[in-house]
Design a protein around this ligand. Sequence first.
Ligand code: 5GP
Ligand code: ZN
Length: 113
Amino acid sequence: MDHECPFCRIVQGRGKADILYSDNDVVVIRDIHPKAPVHLLVIPKRHVGSADDIEDPSTWSTVMDAAVKVARELGLREGGYRLVVNCGAGAGQTVNHLHVHLLAGRVFGWPPG
Ligand code: 5GP
Ligand code: ZN
């Protein structure tokens, strides 16, 4: 745990968040600045800085399985949804604790900006 990390604070219950799902390994919260009608963040409870810092490859199945499970529970399959991982500041990563964005509820352009 990184005590200064905003997502570790949320995992520890020390930061305010709208939590939609939680299990032993992940927490799913609403993004504070949503970029789509549905904009959730799937966050591993164990601190990992970025995709490039993953040492245990099961981290991917943990976060991606949770993302798909929550998307199904919210009925997002029919309209479609997008899963995004920004890795590094150049790609738009602003919080250095791995997270998967789950976006839905509007039409998304391709390629992303
Ligand atoms: P990144 O830019 O690193 O890919 O995504 C970080 C996301 O976390 C951004 O969409 C930002 O709005 C969101 N965010 C940053 N701090 C907080 C917070 O304290 N609470 C919540 N719910 N979202 C946050
Ligand atoms: Zn953290």
